[in-house]
Design a protein around this ligand. Structure first.
Ligand code: ADP
Ligand code: ZN
Length: 210
């Protein structure tokens, strides 16, 4: 089963992707994570992408498609995958048609102001990529998985947050219509568990195997 998760930055899309991946045994593919890994390895592709990422702009499509195609060729994707952060434009969605078939698209919805609030207090683990939020109970400033001190991503600072959400609204929301024949909508105003429950039920009903 191949899925796409659509949702603005801060909507909880990544957390939902992790829950689905764990339960259904399919891999989560985040193009943002792939770029950050490439940057960490100081690869040419990552360093080119970084210029756009720091400003909160989309990375050009040739670089994005290259990193995605290499990832979905790997054997762990045979059972299925969840695309988290790809496609982000109609151009990318058209290109994806030539690369993979998509069974369902989950659209995670959260009001704009709430996205900004969650992003502003979001903190990330530099080592394992796990995310946490200063407002969540039990927050210590260290990663819950590997104890490394958390940091604030450059693009989680106010100017970049605004740009990213504007790009999302303008360039990515048209995909909701593009995928209307296979769309499932969920609100993430509640807890991560509240958001996951209806999605899990939907996927079980539509042939997802745990
Ligand atoms: P977020 O979506 O929360 O901003 P991500 O980790 O998904 O964070 O992505 C970080 C950055 O990586 C984006 O702002 C963008 O610059 C780049 N990026 C990720 N996915 C794509 C994509 N599909 N197309 C173009 N750029 C992308
Ligand atoms: Zn960690």
């Amino acid at each position: 089963m191949n899925l796409i998760l659509l949702g603005a930055q801060g909507s909880g899309k990544g957390t939902l992707a992790k829950n689905i991946a764990k339960d259904f045994g399919i891999v989560q593919i985040s193009t943002g994570d792939l770029f950050r890994e490439s940057i960490a390895k100081k690869e040419a592709l990552g360093l080119k992408a970084q210029e756009y990422m720091n400003k909160g702009e989309l990375v050009p499509i040739d670089l994005t498609l290259k990193i995605l195609k290499e990832r979905i060729k790997k054997p762990d994707c045979k059972k299925g995958f969840i695309l988290d952060g790809f496609p982000r434009s109609l151009e990318q969605a058209e290109a994806l048609k030539k690369v993979a078939t998509i069974d369902y698209v989950i659209n995670v919805h959260l009001p704009y102001e709430e996205c900004v609030a969650r992003l502003t207090t979001r903190r990330t683990c530099p080592k394992c990529g796990d995310i946490d939020n200063m407002d969540y109970p039990g927050y210590t400033g260290n990663c819950r998985k590997c104890s490394t001190p958390l940091f604030q991503r450059d693009d989680d600072k106010p100017e970049a947050i605004k740009t990213r959400l504007e790009v999302y609204e303008k360039t990515t929301t048209p995909l909701i219509d593009f995928y209307s024949d296979r769309l499932f909508k969920v609100s993430s105003l509640g807890s991560p568990a509240d958001t996951y429950k209806p999605v899990k039920d939907f996927l079980l009903k539509h042939g997802g195997k745990k």
